[in-house]
Design a protein around this ligand. Structure first.
Ligand code: ADP
Ligand code: MG
Length: 484
């Protein structure tokens, strides 16, 4: 039996507002527990929420970025349930009239194709507090700093068909929100997390299978691993004659498995009703037009432009547009050197390699974009050869000089293209290597091509790597062949 997997994601994005969605308390991460929750966040009697306009603007910007319908009116509802980290006894959310209607996101797949994933809607809500289990023996601590932090919950249609597609979708959402600057996208700090809905069906069958929902997955890698486990579990269950039950599960990264949390029967009845303390949100066309005019170039548009206007491959374009910082760095290198392909090679090759080795992000790169741009320019105008360029890069990386030109000068790396100088070095090498010359002369003609490598190496060494390798090759061949 062939199985098809079906996934839909509910992504929670913490919006980068300074204050909470309904109060003036700070949203800064990492403060002393319970120092950033005010009476409104705690839902104390007699206080009233006031909607944060910035949160509305951010939600709408996201909607515009995914080409969504933005309804004129949206409404906040109370979602009632009891939990220690929710002192109000309800979460203010949007159930029936979300702020962002249907839209779509383009994801980039490994084979350089793209796929559209439909977005069902996105709604605004407040986050709850946090239960702390580690530091208390026999007790649970509650930190309410996070209570009232604005979240945008983005709900996709069940359009994904593999773990890779689900991860690509999450990456696309991450790119969009960080490009827009509406979230820091920091998954380790919980600024972005998702619930993954997974089901399987026999290939060719139209009806979806019963789904399980894996709660609160907080890394791209965990999304793939949780899905891989869950798909196998469901297929095995069905093939053994069992049935998948609709339930909420938790992914345990340590044991690489999902475990049941609660089934549908135990699910809460949230008794949603419109929040009497908040007015419906009404957005007019002028406001939407204003926000639209402020949208930056988005990842999909950048990717397209990198391919069409700069001639980059689909792969290069997608890697270089994945984050706004990466894209801006690449574009600055390109501006400085004028060659998109070379700029792309250096950013993805030498630079990304060095960043990965030292676990640095591109914003913390010791080599600036203009320094790298100048270095690439010096390769393009033949001031230095490829080998010297790598030395210059290393020197820039370790702060041994302020610019590529300064390092080229200080280290004497300028490429030698003067034929006379190269010929003199060649003559010296030939004079110093009688045995190798004899071997070369006695070798069969088709083997000589390989043997020339020894002489090239010696000449390059004599020039301390600065001779132009093409010239060395050509002149050596002439001189050696003249000895035959
Ligand atoms: P609920 O109202 O119970 O939250 P929804 O219909 O809103 O359920 O769906 C929640 C998420 O689950 C959506 O992202 C949706 O795409 C996804 N989903 C729904 N049905 C399936 C299914 N059979 N398999 C996988 N994902 C599904
Ligand atoms: Mg839901």
């Amino acid at each position: 039996m062939q199985w098809e997997t079906v996934m839909g994601l509910e992504v929670h994005v913490q919006l980068a507002t300074h204050s909470k969605i309904f109060s003036g308390a700070s949203t800064a991460f990492g403060a002393e527990p319970n120092s950033q929750a005010c009476a409104v966040d705690l839902g104390l009697p007699g206080v009233l929420p006031v909607l944060n306009e910035q949160a509305v603007a951010m939600a709408v910007q996201f909607g515009l970025a995914v080409h969504a319908d933005i309804p004129e009116v949206s409404v906040f509802d109370r979602k009632n349930y009891f939990y220690p980290d929710l002192p109000k006894g309800y979460q203010t959310s949007q159930m029936y009239h979300p702020i962002v209607g249907p839209g779509e996101v383009e994801i980039a797949l490994d084979d350089d194709t793209t796929k559209r994933i439909r977005i069902h809607h996105a709604h605004l809500e407040e986050d709850a507090g946090k239960s702390l289990h580690e530091d208390f023996h026999g007790m649970t601590g509650i930190d309410l700093n996070r209570a009232g932090t604005p979240l945008l919950e983005i709900v996709s249609e069940p359009d994904m068909r593999s773990a890779k597609e689900a991860a690509a979708y999450l990456k696309a959402i991450h790119s969009i929100v960080t490009y827009l600057g509406i979230s820091d996208g920091n998954m380790a700090e919980g600024s972005m997390r998702c619930d993954v809905n997974v089901s399987v069906r026999p290939k060719g069958q139209e009806a979806f299978g019963t789904r399980a929902e894996i709660k609160n997955v907080n890394s791209f890698r965990f999304v793939e691993r949780a899905i891989a486990f869950e798909v196998e579990r469901q297929i095995e269950l069905i093939e053994d004659g069992g049935k998948v039950v609709q339930e909420t599960r938790l992914f345990d990264p340590e044991r690489d498995e999902t475990r049941s949390m609660r089934t549908k029967e135990e699910a809460n009845d949230y008794r949603y009703f419109p929040c009497p303390d908040l007015l419906p949100v009404v957005l007019d066309q002028a406001y939407l037009d204003h926000l639209r005019s402020q949208l930056p170039e988005l990842p999909a548009e950048k990717r397209e432009r990198f391919q069409q206007a700069l001639g980059l491959s689909a792969y290069d374009a997608s890697v270089l547009s994945a984050s706004r910082e990466m894209a801006e760095y690449f574009e600055a290198v390109h501006r400085a050197c004028g060659d998109a392909k070379q700029a792309a090679n250096w950013v993805q090759g030498e630079l990304s390699g060095a960043l990965n080795r030292e676990n640095l992000s591109i914003t913390n790169s010791p080599v600036t974009a203009s320094q790298l741009g100048e270095l690439v320019q010096r390769v393009l105008d033949d001031t230095i050869n490829g080998k010297a360029a790598k030395q210059v890069f290393q020197a820039l990386w370790h702060g041994e000089g302020a610019s590529a030109d300064a390092i080229i000068e200080a280290k004497g790396l300028k490429q030698v293209t003067d034929t006379g100088a190269i010929e003199a070095m060649i003559d010296q090498v030939i004079a110093d290597s009688p045995a190798q010359v004899a071997q070369y002369r006695d070798a069969e003609p088709e083997k000589r091509g390989k043997m020339i490598g020894y002489f090239v190496g010696q000449v390059m060494k004599a020039s301390r790597g600065t001779a132009n390798p093409q010239q060395v090759n050509g002149l050596l061949k002439e001189k050696l062949d003249a000895l035959l």
